[in-house]
Every structure is written in structure tokens, then in C-alpha cells.
Design a protein around this ligand. Sequence first.
Ligand code: SIN
Length: 487
Amino acid sequence: MNLKNPKLLETRSFINGRFINANDNKTFSVTNPYDGKTIAEVADCGQSETLGAIKEAQEAYRSWKKLTGTERGQILRRWYDLQMENIDDLATILTCEQGKPLVESKGEIGYGASFVEWFAEEARRVYGDTIPGHQRDKRIIVIKQPIGVVAAITPWNFPNAMITRKVAPALAAGCCVIIKPAELTPLSANALAVLAKEAGFPPGVFNVINSSTPEVIGRELTSNSIVKKLSFTGSTEVGKILLKQSADTVKKVSLELGGNAPFIVFDDADLDKAVEGAVAAKYRNAGQTCVCANRFFVQDEVYDKFVQKFSKAVRAQKVGSGLSEEVTIGPMIEEKAILFVEELVANAVERGAEVITGGRRIGDVPSLFYQPTVLTNVNKNMMVFDQEIFGPVAPIFKFKDEDEVISLANDTPYGLAAYFYGKDHSRIWRVAEELEYGMIGINTGMISTTVAPFGGIKESGFGREGSKYGMDDYLEIKYMCWDIGNG
Ligand code: SIN
């Protein structure tokens, strides 16, 4: 890997301000999904290192919470500056361990850093409240305080931004953090730790534990009563396990889980804009984001035209190594992921779907490249209707009217993101209000931004990240009722 700053390629975990090997010196391999080659051997920590990190974080919390918001914000701001100064290297590390095209990796580093910048500013705006007393001699004051030690368990699809989106508000609020990055992509997390150390976070405030046995680390983080809050991004299946495990210590939990996003095109939509939005919403990160469009619903009058324009745009995508400049779609993350996509497409085809373009793995196993795919003649009885695809496959359903499409779109336990295109203003309001999702893209396929609350409803989870709401998940509300004695 060619880096301007080679020390960013750190393989050890980061606890109490020091980079450490595993207690038993065990390591695990990190591979490049492009060619399957090992790019690093990373320290493989376990329960005892996790316990150590929790205790150090508890100790560090005693003084970190006492700093002013401005003081914490200054360190966060330095961390932000360092991320932007090292954007090229951070993007290279990300592409090498995750596979996404370099331009997307740079986008992710900028997006990730923007949460640090935002919460560096928000750190000094943790306002309380005064409430008119309920009796003449009573005064009521509300303050907000950091929740304490926070565990962040983060996914492989955004190895940088899902860390900063959780950790920046936690640190700004005065919490200390223990990050457990996905075992497929630990290097981006370690690079963030290198820069966190350089930015000047006191020892114990920011910790990263890498492990090839996530369930062991997860069990400690969820069952330990010192940890007061868990924030998790990942599958609904794992989220439910972590939620159950957190119950005994009654932890505050935020979950950003799976999605099954509808992408609706009404007959009055600007079709060219809809196609552009559809490609962005579907094929970003090879279809591996929780907010990727999963099911396309196109009104019957414009169906054929949309399919033709969309398929043309999909055929123009360039699949290959994320390090090549012209590439727009990289490899999938691992064999398991590509096998699942193959199963979904086979199931659809068996039940009558037509493959308009794509439909196959590129090359033979162990290649992790899958052709960007468009399926028509699809219906509700296929797995592509109710499973989160998490790959570059777009099934396009046909619908007749608004009632039908709302009911199809909401016919899922998930409720993360939804998208629709159309011009009729009354319908836009109606549809936006009827869709049971936490985030709605209206005439746009790109909704992720620091300044808006990211999160879902139903089995897509709860809690919000980013925006003015993002700090709330790391704060407790305390109210003081004061008897002034002479009312
Ligand atoms: C995710 O897939 O979990 C996050 C996607 C985003 O922030 O856009």
C-alpha cells in the first residue's frame, strides 16, 4: 500500500493512549477484497483486553467530563483537521480493505470528518432548560450530562464514517468511547486512532479493540455495567442479539440496522433525474449500504421507458479495482455476500424474473465482482421483495396507483430510508407522510448528510445520528427541583 504517511497503517489495538498487541500475541489477517491478498496482520484481542479498555475508559471519564465543551471541541477540531490533511492516505487504506472506488472512499473520509467538525462545534451547545415552577416556592432547572462510557460497534461498509458519526457526538458530550470495528475492516479504525492520539485526546478517552471474535467482545461490552450506552450499526439480526444482551444492565442503546428501501417513480417524474438518482441510490458501494434502494416501483405508464433508460445507465458502470480512477463499482466484501446475491437472483429467475442486464458473477470463485444487475417481471413472492439485497441488483416492480404502491412500500418490517420521484405537490406531501420510514428522499437518491438526523423506525432500529439531534443519544437529562423557601 502506497501511503504518504506510513504510520497510518497501524495493526495494533489502541487502549489507554497506547497501541498494544493482543495479550497472547495472536493476530488475524485483513485481506483486500479486490484480489484476496493479505494486506495486514492485526492484533486479535479478546475479553481481557476489552475489560482493560472499559476500566481505562471509566477512569478517563472522571476528568474528560469535567472539561468545558469548548475544550473538548478544540481537540475534536484538531482531529478533524488531521483527517482532512490525511484524506488521501485514509481513502487508500479504506479502498484496500473494503474495496469501494477511491472516489467513494474520499467521499466517505470527508463525510466522516464532517461529523467530527459538526460535533466539535456542538460540544459547547449542550443547553439545558428552566421550567416555570409548579408551586410558588419551587424553581425547576434541567441540565444535560454525559452518559458515561460508550461502546460503539461499527460495520465494514463504512469503516470510517460509522465510527466518527457515533464517536464524535459521544466525545463532544463528555463520554469516553470503546470502538469495536468490523473484523473485515479494522485498518481504517486504527488510522483514526493514530490521528486521535496526535490530536491530543487524553489516554483512555478513545479506545479501539480489534478482534476476530466479535461475539466475545460484544458480550463483554453489552454485559458490563460500566458501559452505559451501546451504539451499533449493522444487521437487524445482530442488533436484536445486542439489544437482548444489553437488557440486564439496562443500557441506553441506539441501533442503526438493516433496510429494505423502496424507490418509487410516479408517472409525472422527471425520468432522467429519476434514473440518475436510482443509479446513485442503488450502486453506491456496490449496493452495500443500509440506505441503498432495494425495491424499485415504477408506475405502469412510464415503466418501459424507465427500464430502458435505467438499464442503459447501469450498463455504463465500470466494475473493477477501487484504485483505478475510472471504476464506479468495486468488488463485494466477501464470498458469503456474493453467494447471497447469487441466491436472490436465482430465486427471482426461477420464479419468472427477466434479467435485463447483468445477473452473474464476473470471473470465477474467488472473484468477488458481481455484474450490476437489473431484473424485471418481479413480484412479491420473490426473495428480492423482502430480503435486504446488499449487492448491485435492482428488481423493478410495476404498480398502478398511489394506494397500491404505498401498501407495497410499507409491506416490510424495515423502516430506514425510502425514495420517490414525482412532481404533484399534494401527492408529494401525502406519500412522504404515509411512508413508514425514518428518512425520505424526494426527487433525490442521496440523503446522507451531517446536518440531518440519520436513523430508522420499525426493525431498522432507533436513535438518530448527526444533526442537532445526534448528541441526545449520549446525554442524560437531569432535573433539579429547588425549594427556595419563601414562596
Ligand atoms: C449505512 O449504510 O449504514 C450508512 C449509509 C450512509 O450513511 O449513507
